[in-house]
Design a protein around this ligand. Structure first.
Ligand code: ADP
Ligand code: GN1
Ligand code: MG
Length: 368
């Protein structure tokens, strides 16, 4: 779909929400890899009101209605806890705005699915950690998120993307992409492919333990990269965990690991100069401490022991997803330049290799 046709549909969508006010501004917003995000500003009888409108990526999210049900249930649950704790539920969790006919999302005449949230103003979104304190605070916030949802019956949520963090299944998808070699790119990245294939035996560690019941199924976010946390612009503290598209049953390691791969890396996810990429061990230790503090004793000893494996597997898994997408012709993750998915894969593999060098220290971090 072209930019123009998205814009045409936006007006149909905006009508479906029938907000009581005059739309004064509509602009693309944010830096996500998956959805198309817009900020809408209205003059309303109560003053200026802003909303986030998103066209959901229907090829990634096959069942937008189920996904919105997950988000609606989890955010309503969080809202009650935030109110009980004396917080501000309009800023500390996402709030779904329903359409005029009370639906959680809107299907436009071109079969695109859209949804709307209250905009959380005066926040900043970090692409990379600038200050260890921020990372520590985000770890506490993510641990708290998990702790707040500890009593939510995980099995009642839809599994909106089956096998999302099932690393053996991701490995099979990767192997198939190598075999397909849709654009003849495999010969250019033999070294990266061999690195990925050499780690096959690691891929099953968490899923095997979960299958044996040795790791509990929890409600997890599953996409805890640092730019999915909004920080309060004034206090510089984490305010709201956003991007709840992948909230579903999972392992605590998924949330821990995905934050480490983005926040404890010394460079950007798509950095081309690999000499700039390593695991910042001090940030790793800081995050571990904050995450455990936020979880308030809710993690088992086994879960804690395996946190380093969560970090390594989530990083590795993201690497094979980026590399598979590069081989497939960049059909899943948005790219802004040629080779970006390959660069992303390379940073993840560099991090995995560096974690292996720092493994003992990573394992020691949870014991402090
Ligand atoms: P994607 O799945 O594409 O990453 P996100 O849901 O993370 O989409 O949204 C993209 C960006 O939009 C975020 O990084 C954030 O900057 C901004 N954003 C999303 N929801 C809100 C909100 N409710 N209030 C303020 N900013 C938001
Ligand atoms: C995608 O939506 P966004 O940009 O926060 C992806 C994550 C990846 C991440 C890599 C639904 O996250 O799984 O880890 O890119 N989300 C989905 O940056 O596939
Ligand atoms: Mg996002």
């Amino acid at each position: 779909m072209t930019e123009n046709s998205v814009c045409e549909k936006i007006h149909e969508v905006i009508d479906a929400y029938a907000i009581n006010g005059t739309l004064t501004c509509k602009e693309p917003y944010g830096n996500g890899h998956i959805n198309d995000t817009f900020l809408l500003t209205y003059d309303t009888p109560g003053g200026v009101q802003k909303y986030i409108l998103q066209r959901m990526n229907h090829s990634v999210f096959k069942n937008p209605q189920a996904l919105m049900e997950n988000i609606s249930r989890v955010t309503s649950y969080l809202r009650q806890i935030i109110i009980r704790r004396g917080g501000n539920p309009d800023r500390e969790t996402l709030n779904v705005i329903r359409t005029a006919d009370d639906s959680l999302c809107y299907k436009d005449s071109a079969c695109n699915y859209w949804r709307m949230f209250l905009f959380i103003d005066d926040t900043i979104c970090l692409e990379q950690v600038e200050d260890p304190r921020e990372f520590y605070d985000s770890a506490v916030a993510l641990g708290t998120f998990q702790q707040m949802l500890a009593d939510y019956p995980a099995h009642t949520l839809h599994e909106t993307i089956p096998n999302f963090h099932n690393t053996p299944s991701r490995f099979e998808d990767f192997r198939k992409a190598v075999k397909r070699d849709a654009l003849g790119r495999a010969r250019l990245v033999r070294e990266e492919i061999d690195f990925a294939l050499s780690k096959e035996s690691d891929t099953r560690v968490l899923t095997d333990l979960a299958a044996r019941g040795e790791l509990p199924l929890r409600v997890t976010h599953n996409d805890t990269k640092i730019n999915n946390i909004l920080f309060d612009r004034t206090t510089k503290k984490p305010l709201c965990i956003i991007d709840l598209d992948t909230v579903m049953p999972g392992l605590s390691h998924y949330d821990f690991g995905d934050s480490i791969r983005t926040g404890a890396s010394t460079g950007a996810e798509d950095e081309q100069d690999l000499s700039k990429i390593e695991l910042n061990l001090a940030l790793y230790e800081t995050f571990t401490k904050g995450f455990l503090e936020g979880c308030q004793g809710s993690l088992s000893e086994k879960e804690i022991e395996l946190l380093p494996m969560g970090a390594k597997l989530m990083t590795y898994e993201c690497g094979i997803r980026f590399l598979a997408d590069y081989l497939d012709g960049d059909v899943y993750f948005k790219i802004h330049r040629d080779g970006q998915n390959l660069d992303r894969a390379r940073t993840q593999f560099k991090l995995v290799a560096d974690m292996e060098q720092k493994w003992e220290a990573m394992c020691a971090a949870a014991k402090h």
